[in-house]
Design a protein around this ligand. Structure first.
Ligand code: NAD
Length: 494
């Protein structure tokens, strides 16, 4: 089995101190071995990033931008290859993997506008003969720690802006599907990025804790599950770093009685079961107002019957397997427990039959879900759609606003007034109006509320420029030596 190396200072480093298998979830077979970094290996990567920093931050903005223009072309050309890597380790279907790369490209395109993004501000004559301007400077070495579910897009959410701002990076991708990060590092190098600006270390808690505790790491971007996000936030902040830690989700789709039922059913199926529900913006709860559920459920079940689940490499497949055998067992456990919690299992994904040892499960639809049940309260992160019935918009809104998570949400309606009210009142970071997965385009920033994000900065887009830079404000006077005098008073603006 080939071993997946770290990338440190431009070199492929295969320490093999500890290894663990990387599976193909569609077959259940181990296909690669992964080097798991020790403290020393991570420290080596931080040192490489630290060494590359002075030169990279001095590199002209035009030269930095060139890297992103080149990278954009390379990513477009190599999309089929990269998508195949994603599918073989994550399991999502090839078209979905290509979609993730296209969304990640938005962050590369955003970063290529860095001349504009890094512009400071200037005020002339704030006091007589005094001008003030501000500049944005890199923070230093940035740690980027990413989840398994978007092995291309989420690393690009972080590293594109971080590098554009003049920082250097140590990326610690998910150990479940790490090859995409090595591929991206190779493309960055081909695009002209100097060695050491982007380093990749593979590993687990040992690697992450080393990054969180290193005094050379100045900022931490994390995306993953809520308990780990909270841990990362607390430990990195206690160590004096700036940190943004994005966590889990339970995204509700509020369906008003006037919504078009066909449009709603198509959107709910796509957003609940795409990528086997392993998306932080997946719709996992439909909040059906009034008689919506009785009209919607037949439309959902007829569509479910026609879904094709299989190996992501098969163009006919619409949904692939889950990431691990444990994930399959965990997801199926929620479905198994749903009846005892008072819900009705309309479609039971456990009954779907699959050949081979892949980590497949079928899709599940659960109606009459109680709001105090585990199926409702917890993030399942699998192809399970819960339906909660409510009598009114107000009851639905209250439900959404009381939930622990506030990542994304959506309203389906033909009533502009209701949509506007929802936008105003709902407590979530990203809102869709007849859009089930409202992931903002790269010119905006992404982030949830409540336990879906720890820290005060959203990721990518304009907020990332602030996160990855320190501002400096310069006050200037060019005095006339003839008028110079001592003044012990506090400077005032006259
Ligand atoms: P995870 O939290 O298990 O892992 C994320 C990263 O943290 C990985 O790199 C992993 O190696 C590391 N990690 C795991 N356990 C750790 C520990 N004890 N100490 C230190 N580091 C540790 O998440 P996952 O299963 O890879 O990804 C799925 C989760 O990510 C879901 O909860 C999903 O909602 C969330 N997610 C959120 C967003 C968002 O934007 N809010 C986006 C994608 C995924």
């Amino acid at each position: 089995m080939a071993r997946i190396p770290h990338v440190i200072g431009g070199e492929k480093v295969d320490t093999a101190e500890r290894t663990q298998p990387v599976y193909n979830p569609a077959t259940g077979e181990a296909q690669h071995e992964l080097s798991i970094a020790s403290v020393e290996t991570v420290e080596q990567a931080i040192a490489a990033a630290q060494e590359a920093l002075p030169k990279w931050r001095r590199t002209s903005l035009t030269k930095r931008a060139d890297v992103f223009f080149n990278l954009r072309q390379l990513l477009k050309q190599r999309t089929p290859e990269l998508a195949a890597i994603v599918t073989s380790e994550h399991g999502k279907v090839l078209s979905d993997a290509a979609g993730e790369i296209a969304r990640g490209l938005e962050n590369v395109e955003f970063a290529s506008g860095l001349l504009h993004l890094l512009k400071g501000e200037r005020d002339e004559q704030v006091s007589t003969g005094v001008d003030v301007h501000s500049i944005k400077q890199p923070v230093g070495v940035v740690a980027a720690i990413t989840p398994f579910n978007f092995p291309v897009m989420v690393p690009l959410w972080m590293i594109a802006s971080a590098i554009a701002c003049g920082n250097t990076v140590v990326l610690k991708p998910s150990e479940r599907d790490p090859s995409a990060s090595v591929f991206i590092a190779d493309l960055f190098r081909e695009a002209g990025l100097p060695d050491g600006v982007l380093n990749v270390v593979h590993g687990d808690k040992v690697a992450v804790d080393t990054l969180l505790d290193s005094s050379d790491v100045k900022a931490v971007s994390f995306v993953g599950s809520t308990p780990i996000a909270k841990y990362i936030y607390e430990r990195a902040a206690a160590n004096g770093k700036r940190v943004q830690a994005l966590g889990g989700a339970k995204n509700h789709m509020l369906v008003m009685p006037d919504a078009d039922i066909n449009v709603t059913a198509d959107a709910a199926i796509s957003a609940a079961y795409g990528s086997a529900g392993e998306r932080c913006m997946a719709v996992s709860v439909v909040v059906a107002v009034g008689d919506v559920a009785d009209r919607l459920i037949p439309e959902l079940t007829s569509r479910i019957a026609n879904l094709t689940i299989g190996n992501g490499t098969d163009p006919a497949s619409e949904m692939g397997p889950l990431i691990t055998r444990e994930a399959k067992e965990r997801v199926e456990g929620y479905v198994a427990g749903a009846e005892a919690e008072g819900a009705t299992v309309v479609v039971d994904g456990r009954q779907a039959q699959f050949e081979g040892d892949g980590f497949f499960t079928g899709v599940s639809l659960i109606d009459h879900v109680k709001t105090d049940s585990k199926v409702y309260l917890e993030e399942i992160f699998g192809p399970v759609l819960a339906i909660v019935r409510v009598d009114s918009y107000a009851e639905g809104l209250e439900l959404i606003n009381s939930h622990q998570f506030g990542n994304g949400t959506a309203i389906f309606t033909r009533d502009g007034g209701a949509a506007r009210q929802f936008e105003f009142e709902v407590e979530a970071g990203m809102v869709g109006i007849n859009v089930p997965i409202p992931v903002p385009v790269g010119a905006f920033s992404f982030g949830g509320w409540k336990d879906s994000l720890f820290g005060d900065s959203h990721i990518y887009g304009p907020e990332s420029i602030n996160f990855y830079t320190r501002s400096k404000v310069v006050t200037t006077r060019w005095p006339n030596p003839d008028q110079s005098k001592i003044d012990l008073g506090f400077p005032s603006n006259h």
